[in-house]
Design a protein around this ligand. Structure first.
Ligand SMILES: [Zn+2]
Length: 150
């Protein structure tokens, strides 16, 4: 699947996730974070190749991780997790580990762990952010399976 197809899939799935999270939690903020999470991770697997998602998320992820690490020392652990999530794909072959269910689960666990260090406990019920990652990520894997363009 090309970038345009993945972008359309990301927008569609992120909208659905946002609505689902709003119904489930009744919290607009959680819904927005879930929606953004799904959007990011519907594009994330293609960070294992020189693609538009890599050009968007690599500088942004490294910048945010660096700022967190330097200016907010109490958030060093989430900064390191974010840095690893951002840089790790550079060393992966295209359509390798990052395009697998195991990769999806590992990334979802890492993202949920990272957000759990920022969020109040009551906003984490049902591993909601891990589910948001999986929804976006799984959309990407499905689209790649059915439309092998790149
Ligand atoms: Zn892909």
């Amino acid at each position: 699947m090309n970038y345009g197809g993945h972008l359309a899939g990301a927008i569609f799935t992120a909208t659905g996730t946002g609505i689902g999270a709003l119904v489930y939690t009744h919290k607009f903020g959680v819904s927005v974070i879930c929606s953004i999470t799904t959007f990011i991770f519907a594009l994330y697997p293609d960070m294992d190749i020189n693609s538009i998602p890599r050009k968007m998320f690599l500088p942004l992820g490294v910048l945010i991780a660096g700022l967190l690490f330097y200016f907010m020392p109490e958030y060093k652990t989430p900064a390191i997790i974010l840095f690893c999530l951002t840089v790790f794909p550079l060393f992966m072959p295209h359509r390798g580990f990052l395009h697998s269910i195991l990769g999806m689960l590992l990334v979802a666990f890492a993202w949920n762990s990272m957000l759990s260090m920022f969020m109040p406990v009551e906003d984490l019920k049902g591993l909601i952010y891990a589910c948001a990652v999986c929804l976006g990520y799984f959309t990407h894997l499905i689209l790649d399976t059915h439309f092998k363009l790149i």
